[in-house]
Write a protein that binds this ligand. Structure first.
Ligand SMILES: CC(C)(COP(=O)(O)OP(=O)(O)OC[C@H]1O[C@@H](n2cnc3c(N)ncnc32)[C@H](O)[C@@H]1OP(=O)(O)O)[C@@H](O)C(=O)NCCC(=O)NCCS
Length: 396
């Protein structure tokens, strides 16, 4: 049915060729019924969660995920959302008859874009109880979080939704879909990845990997001697390194201060990461954090985060330190997400390969939405405006 705006009134139906036999009262009743069906009246209320809601929220997590994600427990919740390390979250819940039927945590982070200090919120851990889906709970939680983000003075909201949540974000209309976060891979051990069970899968993921190209020798690394040392906690000097890295990247990123690094990688419960700090003499020049995971019979390494004060060459030193450690632990393949040209160049020079994102078994979508709070130097346009790594995601 085509609608046209009447010069003196609301939109009117222009399809007048066949007069309807149904009276306008019946049509109005039908129209109202249709509206009621498609937009259910909210029967829940949204509110900010309190620490004492944690058990009920974890019950909701179990109702959605069953026994999967056992690590998503009280200790994790405390670390992720209720910590007092400066990286806490506001958690909204949709409440019905005193119980949470939906939840959306919004983690508040200090961001940096070049030299500009900004505030951003990350939407993560969204859930609606299976008995209450497709009634607008997700949408209402997003609306509550959007309002709260502006209230907190955040410049933007961002997230990495899965395939289930993505259609909702598209529907809400005010989110920008930035794209899929690019992944880089490198084969560390050809025999390990060519085992009968895994070889075919990997060939599918990597596409026509130009193995010979991967095996080409890397360019030598010049410059002063860099020592990389395994550490539990990064030193406070990392703040300056992170700021120099942010400046060199020129991309919008979580400020990777020492406090952030230690909270994210040293205190996360039930996960073991390995962090190396790079030094030139006594001067801290960078850090890299890695982890490993066994998938389809092979040990896969992931570079979660990396900062260096020495541009591409500094990143390459850290990539080599990571690679050396992973090789020593029998890892066959190493992966790294990279959105900024600086890190991408370092990865290419270290012979990493970027498979087509369409082939990847797990896709990391990235979306963002400006809140309208003034202070953003400009609107981020595309993926290269962001610095995103595995470390920004809750999944690793
Ligand atoms: C994804 C999820 C949160 C959606 O919650 P919900 O409360 O049912 O979503 P809403 O009713 O607010 O739907 C909003 C819009 O999202 C889209 N949407 C929601 N569920 C959808 C589905 N199963 N298929 C396609 N689109 C869907 C629709 O566009 C919908 O609007 P419409 O119903 O008017 O068409 C819910 O399915 C869920 O908890 N899934 C399991 C956990 C999960 O994957 N969370 C996402 C982590 S990133």
């Amino acid at each position: 049915m085509s609608l046209r705006r009447c010069p003196t009134g609301p939109a009117t139906n222009t399809n007048r060729s066949r007069p309807s036999k149904v009276s306008w009262r019946v049509r109005r009743r039908r129209r109202n019924r249709q509206r009621e069906l498609s937009v259910p009246t909210p029967y829940w209320t949204n509110r900010l969660c309190l620490p004492e809601d944690t058990d009920a929220l974890l019950k909701l997590v179990r109702a959605v995920h069953g026994d999967q994600y056992q690590g998503l427990n009280r200790t994790y919740w405390q670390w992720r959302y209720l910590n007092d390390a400066g990286f806490r979250a506001d958690v909204f819940m949709a409440e019905y008859e005193g119980q949470p039927i939906g939840v959306l945590p919004m983690a508040i982070f200090p961001f940096v874009w070049g030299k500009e200090r900004l505030k951003g919120v990350m939407y993560t851990g969204l859930l609606t109880h299976p008995d209450h889906r497709r009634r607008g709970i997700f949408q209402s939680l997003i609306n509550s979080c959007n309002a709260r983000a502006a209230e907190l003075g955040a410049h933007f909201s961002m997230g990495m939704p899965n395939e289930a949540a993505l259609p909702g974000y598209f529907k809400f209309g005010d989110w920008t879909y930035v794209g899929l976060i690019p992944l880089y891979v490198k084969v560390l051990s050809v025999p390990a990845v060519l085992r009968p069970k895994t070889g075919r899968v990997l060939a599918g993921v990597l596409g026509a990997v130009p193995q010979l190209c991967l095996l080409r020798p890397r360019r030598a690394l010049g410059g002063p001697r860099v020592e990389c040392e395994l550490t539990q906690l990064v030193p406070a000097d990392l703040d300056e390194v992170a700021d120099q890295f942010a400046s060199a990247c020129g991309a919008l990123m979580i400020r990777r201060s020492a406090a952030y690094w230690n909270w994210r990688y040293s205190t996360r419960p039930e996960v073991s990461y390995r962090t190396f700090v790079a030094r030139q003499g006594s001067r801290v020049s960078g850090a890299v954090t890695i982890t490993t995971e066994r998938r389809r019979g092979i040990e896969i390494g992931a570079i979660l985060d990396l900062v260096s004060r020495d541009g591409v060459a500094g990143c390459r030193h850290l990539l080599r330190a990571a690679e050396q450690d992973l090789r020593a632990r029998g890892v066959g393949l190493v992966t790294c997400q990279a959105t900024t040209p600086l890190l991408q160049q370092a990865l290419r020079e270290e012979r990493y390969w970027r498979p087509s994102t369409k082939r990847l078994p797990k896709k990391f979508h990235y979306i963002c939405r400006p809140t309208g709070v003034t202070g953003l130097p400009r609107q981020p346009k595309d993926m290269a405006d962001w610095h995103l790594t595995f470390g920004d995601s809750d999944n690793i």
